[in-house]
Write a protein that binds this ligand. Structure first.
Ligand SMILES: [Zn+2]
Length: 475
């Protein structure tokens, strides 16, 4: 049974014992300068080299991630040290984005033995079949494989076969060919060989499988269902994510596995500016009506308030809305403005009783006891508070004499309908213009200014969406 020897043997191919390697049938020298960088290195080495190279050039290693300077640095250090990483945090704060951004430190392609189910390195094959090929065959065909980022979703029902795969020495004894799927059928984690294995919700993987993973990563071996211990020198970087403990349906990560990872907490964006930037980058409606600064701040502010202890509903909110809520809020308001053929988002786009805001928020937070009507009133409350806050900032930025002039103009006009009028008083118009980044935002700025005055002074009264009269004039 010669096959058995390969299984336990640590095979290293050097120029002296190498078969003839071919790519597309043409013989190649894989130790030639042109091909050398595509094999023989471990994933950790590739990543380390790339990070140092980018650092040398002064490049931002994670341009896709907004803010998070401390976390970026921790990731960098962990990767340089050859560690695996566990991102801990609630959903929607960029754990997956972080993990994907690490994949780009891998080479775009690497050289592998053609036909190998796990893309073995021609100089360090791991699977039985490739070990046999490089030692026995005269010619071994190679191929390039693109960089690998394999997502493994934590599933409490996951089986050993799905995660690790099927490996059977018994079948080899029975005379099966080494390539036979009954002998070796790699699961998700083996498919991440020479790439990145991203465990989304590592804690949801059954404990028994976590033990197998630990054996695979640490001992570089697995125990087959028949009890045989098979060496498997899988080379990959493990990135995992987990929600904070005691969140619904998430069990703990076993201690031995935890001990092999560096934990990095990923929380919500630290500032409202970062929150807005993240949402703008991730919107589905990349182009469309403008969303002026004040609306961005009102909406992002409302979401952030729901996460804060200072929120007046804090004790009721059990599960806070993530950045996805902010992203969808921006999307919905832009969509509404688009439908109404407006060039800029206005308060009308929030919906009469904030339906469009509720559309984005309602499924993205949980309250202490589920009553839909409560969720509605919480949303209305936080949006109102947020408009008050931004409104008072804007009101206090109006210079005294400008304010007097605006009020004189409004008294003369008697009634202003922001959605129909296009001729506003010159003081109002010029103050509103000063708020805008774009001339098309003026109508929205006028509405925001009037709303701010109405909320902060009581000198104006809102009698309909976008319709304001001086107090005392009505009727
Ligand atoms: Zn192989």
């Amino acid at each position: 049974m010669k096959e058995f020897e390969y299984i336990f043997e640590d095979v290293v191919v050097k120029p002296s014992n190498a078969p003839s390697f071919t790519i597309n049938g043409k013989e190649v020298d894989i130790w030639d300068d042109a091909l050398l960088k595509f094999h023989s290195k471990s994933i950790v080495e590739y990543v380390r080299e790339k990070i140092l190279e980018m650092e040398e050039k002064g490049l931002d290693l994670f341009p896709e991630i907004v803010g998070k300077t401390v976390e970026k640095n921790m990731v960098k250090i962990a990767l340089l040290s050859g560690s695996n990483i566990l991102f801990k945090g609630k959903k929607g704060y960029g754990k997956t984005t972080f993990s994907k951004s690490i994949a780009k430190f891998l080479p775009e392609k690497i050289l592998a033995i053609k036909g190998c189910k796990i893309h073995d390195d021609p100089t360090r094959p791991v699977c039985f079949s490739c070990k046999r090929k490089v030692l026995e065959d005269e010619k071994v065909e190679l191929t390039f494989v693109p960089r690998k980022w394999i997502r493994i979703a934590g599933d409490p029902m996951m089986t050993t076969r799905q995660l690790i795969g099927g490996i059977s020495l018994q079948k080899i004894k029975e005379g099966y060919d080494l390539d036979h799927p009954e002998v070796f059928a790699p699961g998700r984690v083996l498919k991440a060989h020479r790439g990145i294995a991203y465990f989304d919700e590592l804690g949801s993987i059954p404990s028994a499988l976590q033990t197998l993973l630990h054996e695979l990563f640490e001992e570089k071996q697995i125990t087959t269902p028949e009890g045989d211990i098979v060496p498997l020198k899988i080379d990959c970087i493990v990135i995992a994510s987990t929600n904070p403990a005691n969140y619904k349906g998430v069990s703990d990560i076993k201690e031995p596995l935890l001990d092999r990872m560096e934990q990095i907490e990923i929380g919500p964006p630290e500032t409202i500016e970062e929150e807005i930037e993240i949402a703008m980058r991730n919107m589905s409606l990349k182009i469309g009506p403008l969303i002026p600064e004040w609306h961005l701040r009102i909406l992002a502010g409302a979401v952030r308030c729901m996460r804060s202890k200072e929120c007046r509903y804090a004790s009721r909110i059990e599960f806070e809305p993530s950045c996805r809520a902010t992203i969808k809020l921006f999307d919905h308001l832009r969509a509404s403005a688009m439908l109404n053929k407006r060039k800029v988002v206005m308060f009308a786009d929030y919906g009469k009783s904030y339906e469009n805001v509720k559309l984005a928020l309602k499924s993205r937070f949980e309250v202490d006891y589920e009553e839909e009507v409560d969720k509605d009133s919480i949303i209305e409350g936080v949006v109102e508070d947020s408009i008050d806050k931004i409104g008072s900032e804007i009101y206090s930025s109006i210079p005294r004499n400008t304010f007097t002039e605006i009020m004189d103009e409004l008294a003369k006009a008697e009634i202003v309908n922001v959605y129909e009028d296009d001729d506003f008083g010159s003081s109002l118009y010029s103050f509103a213009s000063s708020m805008c980044k774009h001339p098309e935002e003026v109508a929205s700025a006028v509405e925001m200014t009037l709303e701010a005055i109405a909320r902060c002074t009581g000198l104006l009264e809102k009698i309909g969406v976008g319709v304001y009269v001086c107090a005392g004039i009505k009727g």
